[in-house]
Ligand binder design. Structure first.
Ligand SMILES: [Zn+2]
Length: 73
């Protein structure tokens, strides 16, 4: 079952919610485990990692051509 990252808008606590695809597509209103608020927003923590890999252009280590020494080790 996938997990979804949320951030409470009332107390700014990040938390994870487990829900099936079916449940999520119907729309879930996760409650903040700290303050019980339902005003939470979805966050995407893994998207940056995926795009960064793609931006590497297949270069080993993903370093830019202008990267200084020490970038790739
Ligand atoms: Zn909260």
């Amino acid at each position: 079952m996938p997990t979804y990252d949320y951030l409470c808008q009332d107390c700014s606590k990040p938390f994870e919610v487990r829900a099936s695809i079916t449940e999520y597509s119907k729309g879930i209103m996760p409650k903040c485990p700290r303050c019980g608020s339902e005003r939470s927003i979805r966050t995407f923590t893994s998207i940056n990692v995926m795009t960064a890999r793609r931006a590497g252009g297949g270069r080993p280590g993903g370093c830019a051509p202008t990267a200084g020494p020490g970038c790739c080790g």
